[in-house]
Write a protein that binds this ligand. Structure first.
Ligand SMILES: Cc1cc2nc3c(=O)[nH]c(=O)nc-3n(C[C@H](O)[C@H](O)[C@H](O)COP(=O)(O)OP(=O)(O)OC[C@H]3O[C@@H](n4cnc5c(N)ncnc54)[C@H](O)[C@@H]3O)c2cc1C
Length: 303
């Protein structure tokens, strides 16, 4: 069970830093959907914290903005916002596709993207989608009274399970991404059971067709849960861009994805699923982007 001496619902970023200065060991709490299950028998057990800072009412963490090709949103953006916010739905539909697989309605209302990324679980579902959006993590800290901000690409922010580049008394303010409006996208996930499931493999793909509608101008493939950190499959992306897209090409490229499985458990299963997800995800995203292509084998049946 989680207990604490002090629980403060902060109302501004300045107040958060004031409390952090006064109580440097304070724990940040956003939606509490990771912290509460963590403090229980079988995981961290009974946890007593001296000070908890609830940031759910801090306006500086709550924003969703888009300008030109840039999309940004605050750390307190919830997984329900992924589904419901019109800007995110238009400029990053892969987030809504990810949210469908994320927990249930009740958790999605509470769970934040900031908490999901800071928790740095290898099975964190937002991560492949954020990678495909080229997300950078916007961090903020206060030193000698001055606010200092920095941005780190998500891939460099997550160092391993539960480990990030965040400094002591530093906070995730939000995320900066590319707008991927009018692109095709897909999200795939599998776990031990049908719902409320931890990912065994998850994948996000975003594809942009070239003007000839037979090749790709851009494709991003993010994978999660198959190793300690999420990854972009950059070499596979490069092998697809600019070439005439056929089901056979996608099939051949997808086969190479098996080498990116770096988990000790269920290794062969994950390899097989990842290859299939990569192929299916690419085909689905490409078809939404305006290029018509059938999955290899399905073409042959049609012929
Ligand atoms: C029933 C259930 C189902 C779930 N299903 C899924 C699922 O399908 N997919 C999935 O990926 N996860 C799932 N989760 C895990 C969890 O919901 C997510 O990881 C969620 O996004 C965490 O966000 P939160 O706001 O609740 O984080 P919190 O629990 O509030 O915080 C998590 C960590 O992040 C830190 N933190 C939070 N915000 C900030 C910030 N802005 N700056 C610095 N540090 C911060 C906290 O100190 C803490 O260490 C599930 C959890 C439950 C209970």
């Amino acid at each position: 069970m989680l207990t604490y001496d002090r629980y403060v619902v902060a109302s501004s970023l300045a107040e958060v830093f004031d409390i952090l200065d006064a109580h440097p060991a304070s724990r940040i709490l956003a939606g509490a959907t990771d912290i509460l299950p963590w403090a229980r028998y079988g995981r961290a057990g009974d946890v007593h914290l001296a000070s908890v800072i609830d940031i759910s009412k801090v306006p500086e963490f709550k924003y969703i903005r888009q300008s030109g090709n840039d999309l940004s949103f605050g750390a307190m953006t919830t997984i329900a916002d992924f589904q419901n916010n019109s800007i995110l739905r238009e400029h990053a539909p892969v987030l809504a596709q990810c949210a469908v697989w994320f927990a249930d309605d009740q958790i999605r209302e509470q769970a934040t993207v900031g908490g999901n990324v800071v928790n740095a679980s290898p099975a964190g579902d937002s991560q492949p989608a954020l990678l495909a959006l080229n997300a950078s993590v916007k961090l903020i800290r206060r030193e000698n009274g001055s606010l200092l901000e920095r941005s780190i690409p998500l891939e460099e922010f997550i160092h391993g399970p539960g480990k990030t580049a965040m400094l002591h008394k530093e906070l995730v303010l939000g995320f900066e991404c590319d707008s991927m409006r009018a692109c095709g996208s897909a999200y795939e996930k599998v776990g031990h059971r049908r719902s409320l499931v931890i990912s065994t493999v998850c994948l996000a793909v975003i594809a942009k067709a070239a003007s000839n509608k037979s090749s790709l101008a851009d494709i991003r493939i993010g994978i999660g849960a198959v190793g300690p950190v999420p990854k972009r499959l950059v070499d596979l992306e490069k092998a697809l861009i600019g070439r005439e897209i056929t089901g056979e090409l996608v099939h051949q490229i997808a086969e190479q994805a098996s080498e990116f499985v770096n988990s000790r458990s269920r290794h062969e299963y994950r390899r097989e699923v990842l290859v299939n997800f990569v192929e299916r995800g690419i085909i689905s995203a490409i078809n939404q982007s305006g290029i018509t292509v059938a999955r290899f084998g399905e073409e042959q049946i049609c012929a």
